[in-house]
Design a protein around this ligand. Sequence first.
Ligand SMILES: Nc1ncnc2c1ncn2[C@@H]1O[C@H](COP(=O)(O)OP(=O)(O)OP(=O)(O)O)[C@@H](O)[C@H]1O
Ligand SMILES: O=P(O)(O)OC[C@H]1O[C@H](OP(=O)(O)OP(=O)(O)O)[C@H](O)[C@@H]1O
Ligand SMILES: [Mg+2]
Length: 285
Amino acid sequence: MSKLKIAVQKSGRLNEDSMKILKAVGISIDNGKDQLKASAKNFPLEIFYLRNGDIPQYLKDGVVDVAIIGENVLIEKGNDIKIAEKLGFSSCKVSVAVPKGASYNSIKDLEGKRIATSYPNTVNQFLDKNGIKANLHIINGSVEIAPNIGLADAIVDIVSSGSTLFKNGLKEAEVILKSEAVLAVSPKISQDNQAILNKLQFRLQSVLKARQSRYVLLNAPNNKVDDIISILPGMKSPTVLPLAKEGWSSIHSVINKNDFWEIIDELKENGAEGILVCPIENMVI
Ligand SMILES: Nc1ncnc2c1ncn2[C@@H]1O[C@H](COP(=O)(O)OP(=O)(O)OP(=O)(O)O)[C@@H](O)[C@H]1O
Ligand SMILES: O=P(O)(O)OC[C@H]1O[C@H](OP(=O)(O)OP(=O)(O)O)[C@H](O)[C@@H]1O
Ligand SMILES: [Mg+2]
């Protein structure tokens, strides 16, 4: 029987969350990451532990069918590779940064400058689009140090919290792109493996929707139920159940987790009490 071949980062920022999401979709994997290849016990899946930067080529060649990879790396090295799913972790930006004291008003200030980066294709595309000519200095790591050692006037690198920029006396000047971990698909995937991928994607979507959502339960006097329902739209419509206490109801609904703190005051003002907010493991709509 055919097996879907998936690449995940061997070690680094994506590894832990990649393994967590495979576990969350019910896939249990036979052996640890000391081996470069492993099999799932309960799903037709083979896992290859690879370097993030090497994965676009493996996808292009069809050595693996799918991969969990940073979108920024796909943009740099795998423009023709399709994204099947955004996975909601490892969010970051690829940004231009300049020394804190430098005067920077617009992209035009990059004209003729030396830019250090590990993302030459991304930078060249960005400069071309804006009609700027600059000199790229390609380095593989510790890019943020380049201006301090006189190697460059600006850098392009990953920014997340901004603390690496801050520690190196740099400031963000332009955001070139936003990235997160994605499930990418080889253009050479076979029909059989595409069918396995569809099953995997169905499970992933159910977990991703659940991660975005919260189950809310609350009590309210019966004369407030309609007001509360209008604040709390559920998947179809909220569930309303009578409480043992006369004149009161329990209302259950599912909301986007980001909305909760926005609506909590409104719920309380409308008589809601005993509000519980619970995580959801899976969600199939
Ligand atoms: N500080 C960060 N915050 C959030 N996401 C990040 C951060 N740094 C990197 N990432 C994301 O995680 C991915 C992997 O980063 P990491 O530094 O672990 O690997 P790498 O050194 O680029 O790759 P390789 O596996 O080839 O050694 C990046 O491509 C990016 O998408
Ligand atoms: O904005 P921040 O939250 O400070 O994150 C940005 C830093 O994180 C990444 O480096 P990483 O720690 O992965 O080290 P690496 O260069 O060895 O990959 C990236 O290359 C930046 O240097
Ligand atoms: Mg890194």
